[in-house]
Design a protein around this ligand. Structure first.
Ligand SMILES: Cc1cc2nc3c(=O)[nH]c(=O)nc-3n(C[C@H](O)[C@H](O)[C@H](O)COP(=O)(O)OP(=O)(O)OC[C@H]3O[C@@H](n4cnc5c(N)ncnc54)[C@H](O)[C@@H]3O)c2cc1C
Length: 397
């Protein structure tokens, strides 16, 4: 028998995340959403991030021996759904990315790297990660290109020089946390003659490394509380002790981390739920033809679809999270991409239906419908796009 009920400990974790999201995150998100784009969101978010770290949200997946909570992926998704219901970018950019990259070090790092890097993550000071692969003049979808052509894909190069590498190149203006993070995972090629998938290596670069430069904050159509910018790698010298894994192993190593896409999916379940709840609330209050619009079947059935699809997306996320513990390969190749692409589709559909149910009010910036829709649409292309995730699924068949 499959038991999907939460343990008392998980119920408490979910409630703690719910209260934190409403009391600490929501007021800041509302402030950012209603201000102009010149506000630096991290200045306002730093404080609640720090409180979230104190509550252990970024340490959930870290084993106890590294100062973590030793919890499972399903525990993280409970937290991320609650945070995502308030703001999907806060859930994804700050909490999910940092929790997942810390876990990644435990899986792919040397003992020295685990000791050195994870001690900072489990410190009481908040420590933020960023991971950069996208480049300005390269389709990120090339990461999935099956053609063994060395000319296709990333151009950033890491030239070996003794026991160091010199990194040169540009990363796209969408890199999450670029310019505000403390530690950067940067992918670069270490062999120009091999196809991209066999020539990518991963480097850990501390924020204050000379030559690591950042562009201005990129203004997005949604995800207002998060910070994205380009990275310029101007002869950045990185010691080989900061190479994670072997040369040419980066693509393979990142397969070890289905938790990023699963966490993103959980955040989008949160958004889908929030759009549904917002629409229900409005539909109970708005009166037309002498009764609340929820009593008109045309409206009620939309709400029922929103609820059904949200539940389906949540179940896929929980399934993927459980699979991450038992069969990480299946989780990475099938469950994580399936749940991410489905959860985003549901979030987009729910945001669209919420906007419809709110009528003209839904088109104003006083309502949350526009925020839901813009934040949802961003899910289409953050991580990998809907087409690429589906093509990846076809490749695994
Ligand atoms: C909010 C946000 C945060 C992000 N954070 C990061 C980050 O932290 N680090 C980072 O490195 N990157 C980040 N990105 C970049 C993101 O990974 C890419 O934008 C995404 O993978 C899409 O790549 P692209 O923009 O190069 O689109 P392209 O690869 O150029 O694709 C353009 C279009 O063509 C389609 N397409 C491409 N190839 C094929 C094909 N073979 N078959 C069918 N259709 C195809 C795509 O589906 C898409 O519709 C972020 C993006 C966003 C929006």
């Amino acid at each position: 028998m499959i038991d999907l009920s939460l343990t008392p400990e998980q119920q408490l974790l979910k409630q703690t995340a719910h209260d934190f999201a409403l009391n600490e995150v929501q007021p800041i998100v509302e402030k950012i959403d209603s201000s102009d784009s010149h506000v630096e969101p991290w200045d306002l978010c730093k404080n609640f991030f720090s409180k979230g770290v104190d509550l252990g949200f970024t340490l959930l997946l870290l084993p106890a021996e590294y100062g973590g909570k030793g919890k499972k992926c399903v525990d993280l998704v409970l937290v991320l759904e609650e945070l995502g219901a308030v703001d999907v970018s806060v859930a994804s950019s700050y909490f999910n990315l940092t929790a997942a990259m810390a876990l990644f070090i435990t899986r792919a790092g040397t003992s020295e790297q685990k000791e050195r890097i994870l001690s900072k993550v489990s410190n009481s000071e908040p420590f933020l990660f960023s991971a950069a692969e996208s480049e300005p003049n390269v389709a990120t979808s090339d990461m999935f290109c099956p053609m063994p052509d060395a000319k296709i894909g990333m151009k950033t190069f890491a030239q070996r020089e003794g026991d160091t590498y010199i990194l040169k190149g540009e990363k796209s203006l969408l890199v999450t946390n670029a310019g505000i993070a403390d530690g950067y995972f940067i992918i670069a090629r270490t062999d120009e003659d091999k196809p991209m998938r066999d020539s990518l290596s991963l480097f850990y670069v501390e924020a204050d490394t000379p030559g690591l430069k950042f562009g201005e904050r990129t203004s997005l159509i949604g995800w207002k509380p998060s910070h994205h910018a380009a990275i310029h790698l101007d002869n950045v010298r990185v010691h080989e002790k900061n190479r994670i894994g072997q040369e040419g192993q980066a693509a393979e190593l990142l397969m070890l981390l289905p938790e990023v896409a699963i966490g993103l999916a959980a955040s989008y379940v949160g958004l889908a739920r929030a759009a549904y709840e917002y629409a229900v609330d409005y539909a109970k209050k708005r009166v037309s033809w002498g009764r609340p619009i929820i009593e008109h079947q045309a409206v009620a059935l939309k709400l029922a679809d929103m609820m059904v699809n949200t539940q389906a997306a949540r179940l896929m996320v929980w399934d993927a999270a459980c699979c991450a513990e038992t069969n990480p390969f299946l989780a990475a190749t099938v469950k994580a991409p399936s749940s991410k692409t489905f959860a985003v589709d549901v979030a987009i559909k729910n945001a669209q239906l919420a906007l419809e149910i709110l009528g003209g009010y839904g088109t104003t910036t006083q309502s949350k419908a526009g925020k839901f829709l813009n934040d949802a649409m961003i899910g289409y292309s953050c991580d990998f796009t809907r087409e690429i995730l589906r093509l990846g699924l076809v490749m695994s068949m």
